[in-house]
Design a protein around this ligand. Sequence first.
Ligand SMILES: [Zn+2]
Length: 142
Amino acid sequence: MNKENTAKLMEKYSFLRVAEDPFIRKGNESMLYDLMLFGIETGDGWYNLIDNLCATIVKTLKEEGYSEDTIKADQVKEKFGGLRFYYHFEKEVSKEVQQRISEVIGMTEEQSFRTCEVCGKVGKLEEANSWYSTKCDECRGV
Ligand SMILES: [Zn+2]
């Protein structure tokens, strides 16, 4: 995703932002644990999908009495042509919340397989030389 869109989403949703210190340090070694440092690793066509997903996450948390910083995204990327949204909870949350959030993420990930990653129009998953991508015909150039 381009810098402008990434910045917009990170501005809007605090749980997408990189942790203040994204490294775990042990002596002289440090290990990167917050992969949000790489930004949102998808095409710009999924901007609305991710925006809607994050808005639903915030709404769900609020409805259940939790604040937005209850959740933290670990990595948002494209894999095998579909969206992957990895996250963890910073605090203990009810089973109900865990389930609702996991469901909405699952639904969005499914939707990504029908959404062109480049332009956001209706797309389909295709494989070429073991490379999977979800695009519309126009963006695929067919
Ligand atoms: Zn397209």
